[in-house]
Design a protein around this ligand. Structure first.
Ligand SMILES: [Zn+2]
Length: 190
């Protein structure tokens, strides 16, 4: 028994995914099924073979199933699983240099998508497997309560952005997960 990070109850914990398994599907080699994790310390780059996405004892069964609803929604609407997604592309535009595209969708369900994105961020912040910038305990608690109560934060609270990285016009860079990059912002930059 240990404390579940979401409901804070003493429960038997599951080995929870930090980043959902469906987000790893594009980075696995097919045979053998594996991917490479690379760490850049600034002095050297180390690589390691992994066979599964990172997991930690974070959540009880009840909280896992609470989050799995939103993972399913994201898998269907972002990755097109089972063709159950309802979101549809209605407009796309490109900057004159051809480097940035903006896609506009309709029928995204704000409630499910925001809770999914915030739960992903929250899991990254409360787990130990990924180096993340140091967010305040207040922000972590705000995220926890919103996810636990299943009441999404407002759009301007902790706004989220989904971005594809393009290497050339029409070429989306695939097959990687990039750890968050911490940027130190000094007062002079404002
Ligand atoms: Zn729990």
């Amino acid at each position: 028994m240990a404390q579940c990070k979401l409901c804070l109850q003493d429960r038997e914990l599951k080995r929870s995914h930090i980043v959902p398994e469906f987000m790893y599907l594009g980075i696995y080699d097919k045979t053998p099924r594996r991917f490479y994790e690379m760490k850049n310390s600034g002095k050297e780059i180390k690589s390691r073979i992994e066979q599964k996405g990172k997991r930690e004892y974070l959540l009880c069964e009840e909280c896992e199933s609470k989050l799995s609803k939103y993972e399913k929604y994201a898998d269907e609407n972002l990755y097109g699983k089972n063709q159950n997604g309802k979101a549809a592309l209605i407009k796309q535009s490109m900057t004159s240099d051809g480097r940035t595209f903006l896609y506009e969708f309709e029928r995204f369900e704000y409630h499910s998508m925001k809770l999914f994105l915030d739960s992903l961020l929250w899991r990254l912040l409360v787990s130990k497997s990924f180096p993340t910038p140091e967010y305040s305990p207040d922000l972590k608690e705000k995220l926890r309560l919103s996810i636990y109560d299943e009441i999404p934060l407002e759009e301007n609270e902790n706004p989220c952005l989904i971005q594809s990285v393009m290497t050339a016009s029409g070429k989306i860079l695939k097959g990687f997960i990039l750890s968050p990059i911490e940027k130190k912002v000094t007062n002079e930059q404002f």
